[in-house]
Design a protein around this ligand. Structure first.
Ligand code: 8X3
Length: 253
């Protein structure tokens, strides 16, 4: 019998990360879930049986401890980089520089940090995957989104560069770029806790769910390993682009 896959999922305490842990564990995949919030990871572990490591991907020390813990538990076949997020929706002229830095630090440097650290183990597994959850924002700008668009564009550039560099190593690089996904925290974090403003984002449309994206991640990982899903763009049917969304104000959510 072939050994079960072992997948590390970052940003696993909520949203797409947590949904990915649920989707993969349901299929019998061995998952190590990592995030900063211990109590959320504990609840996810109780629910799904996943292993957990509390870590902040912006910390060298935490990521070193994460790698130590996951490699001790045997081969690592895939890293799913879900940790990330947006801050603010201000025009370039007014957007705080601190938000640009924080978004770059988390979405880009954090992803590079974990990816670099786990690459030796992924190569050694003989069938490694690096999955990056970017965004449609990585491919199309929108007003007010520049800091996030820039960070996600850089993350997409990371995926394309890494794929070139890893060709022949047995490691696939998969980018999944979702459009509007209604998760518990994405827009609430973007608007710094303003739940009313966050809810407006999804008003009148049927957005993607975290489960929709997790399903795509699991699908991409489960392709035969000679098949590399380079880029998969997912959007709600009513969102043709970041600035083209049809809202049904009487019948929608
Ligand atoms: C989330 C999609 O449109 O808010 O990554 O940038 S969007």
């Amino acid at each position: 019998m072939t050994e079960p896959l072992h997948v590390v999922v970052t940003g696993a305490s909520s949203g797409i990360g947590a949904a990915t842990v649920r989707a993969l564990t349901t299929e019998g995949v061995r998952v190590t879930a990592t995030a900063r919030r211990a109590e959320r990871l504990k609840a996810l572990s109780d629910e799904t049986g996943c292993a957990t490591v509390v870590a902040d991907i912006t910390s060298d020390k935490d990521v070193a401890a994460l790698v130590k813990a996951v490699t001790k538990a045997g081969p690592v076949h895939a890293l799913v980089n879900c940790a990330g997020g947006a801050l603010g929706l201000d025009p370039v002229a007014d957007s705080p520089l601190s938000e640009w830095s924080s978004q770059y630090e988390l979405n880009v440097v954090g992803t590079v940090r974990v990816t670099q650290a786990l690459l030796p183990a992924l190569k050694e597994s003989g069938r490694g995957d690096v999955v990056l959850i970017t965004s449609t924002a990585a491919h199309e700008p929108y007003e007010g989104g520049a800091g996030y668009v820039a960070a996600k564009s850089a993350e997409a550039a990371l995926a394309r560069t890494l794929r070139l560099e890893l060709t022949g190593s047995g490691v696939r690089v998969i980018e999944i770029a979702p459009g509007m996904v209604h998760t518990e925290e994405f827009s609430v974090n973007r608007f710094r806790g303003d739940k009313g403003r966050a809810d407006e984002v999804y008003k009148g449309i049927d957005p993607l769910s975290a489960e929709d994206v997790a399903d795509a991640i699991a699908w991409a990982i489960h392709r035969p390993h000679h098949v590399n899903v380079d880029l998969l763009v997912l959007r709600p049917r009513e969102q043709a682009g970041p600035t083209k969304t049809v809202r049904y104000m009487t019948g929608g959510d």
